[in-house]
Design a protein around this ligand. Structure first.
Ligand code: 16G
Length: 253
C-alpha cells in the first residue's frame, strides 16, 4: 500500500510530549498538506495502524473520530477510512470555534483572500449594539472574499472593536492569528445560520448567478472575560458547504 511510509513507528515518536492521538492527527494532516496522502487514499484499519505505530487501538480510534469530525477523513461502513476528497462539499463542524484559515489548512487546502474593505469606521447601530460599544468608539471592518484552492467560497464581513485591533493592516492572512498574537483569542462564540438567495453583488463575487442559494451565518465571538471581540456576517456558497453538528441525547432522556 503506497500510504504505509506515512505511518512508520518512528514518526509518532517525534514531536515531544504531546498526547499520542494528537501526534497521529498531526501526522495525517501534515501528510495531506504535503501530498503524501491524496484525496480518497485508504487509511489502514484501526488494528493495523495501532500495530504499525506501536500505539493502542483506543488512541487510533480517538484520532480517527476527531479527524472524521473535522471532515479530514471519511469513514464508510464496511469499506474503511479514507482521506476526504477536497473537491467535494466542505464539511464544517458547528461545534468547534475554528477559523477559515485553520479549517482549510486541516484539509490541506491553500487559502487566499481578496480584500473588499479593510478600514477604520464609525459603527452602524447594529455593530454598536452587538459589540457593546460606547459612544465615540470605532470599529475596524474586514470584508473579504475567501478563496480555497483559487475557488471563491465565502464572503466574510467582520467587525472588530477598534480598541482591540487599532490597525486593520495588521490582519494579513488570518484574523484569528492576528487576534491570538495580541492575546485576544476568541474562546466562545454564538453562531446562527439561515438560507438566503444571493444578491447580484454577492453572487458576482462568488461567480454564481444572482439568486443562487447561500448559507448566511452570523458569528458573535467572545474573549475569556466575556467581552465581544468579533461580529462576522458571512455568505457561504450553498453548493460547497455542509455545516455538521454532532448530537447527544439530552440529559435525563
Ligand atoms: C471563520 C468564521 C469567522 C471568522 C473567520 C476567521 C464561520 C462561520 N466564520 O470563517 O467568523 O472571522 O473564520 O478566519 O465559521 P481567519 O482567521 O482565517 O481570518
Amino acid at each position: 500500500m503506497s500510504t504505509l511510509p506515512v505511518f512508520e513507528r518512528a514518526r509518532i515518536a517525534d514531536g515531544g510530549p504531546a498526547p499520542l492521538y494528537l501526534k497521529l492527527k498531526r501526522l495525517v494532516i501534515d501528510a495531506i498538506a504535503q501530498g503524501t496522502l491524496a484525496d480518497r487514499d485508504a487509511i489502514p484499519g484501526e488494528r493495523d495502524l495501532a500495530r504499525m505505530l506501536g500505539i493502542s487501538r483506543v488512541t487510533v480510534r480517538k484520532a480517527f473520530a476527531d479527524l472524521v469530525a473535522d471532515g479530514v477523513l471519511v469513514q464508510r461502513r464496511g469499506s474503511g477510512t479514507f482521506v476526504a476528497p477536497k473537491t467535494g462539499r466542505i464539511q464544517l463542524p458547528l461545534s468547534r470555534l475554528t477559523s477559515f484559515t485553520e479549517d482549510m489548512r486541516l484539509r490541506g487546502i491553500e487559502t487566499f483572500s481578496d480584500w473588499l474593505d479593510r478600514s477604520v469606521a464609525l459603527p452602524t447601530p447594529e455593530e454598536s449594539l452587538v459589540l457593546a460599544l460606547s459612544p465615540g468608539d470605532k470599529v475596524i471592518r474586514l470584508h473579504r472574499l475567501r478563496r480555497a484552492d483559487g475557488k471563491p467560497l465565502a464572503i466574510e464581513r467582520s467587525s472588530i472593536p477598534h480598541r482591540f485591533l487599532p490597525d486593520p493592516m495588521a490582519v494579513e492572512t488570518s484574523l484569528y492569528a492576528a487576534l491570538t498574537e495580541r492575546g485576544l483569542k476568541p474562546v466562545r462564540a454564538l453562531q446562527r445560520l439561515h438560507a438566503v438567495a444571493l444578491s447580484k453583488g454577492d453572487a458576482d463575487l462568488l461567480g454564481l448567478p444572482e439568486g443562487s442559494p447561500a448559507l448566511f451565518t452570523e458569528r458573535v465571538a467572545y474573549l475569556t472575560d466575556g467581552r465581544v471581540i468579533e461580529f462576522t456576517r458571512s455568505h457561504y456558497r450553498g453548493d460547497s458547504y455542509d455545516f455538521v453538528a454532532e448530537l447527544h441525547l439530552a440529559a435525563g432522556s
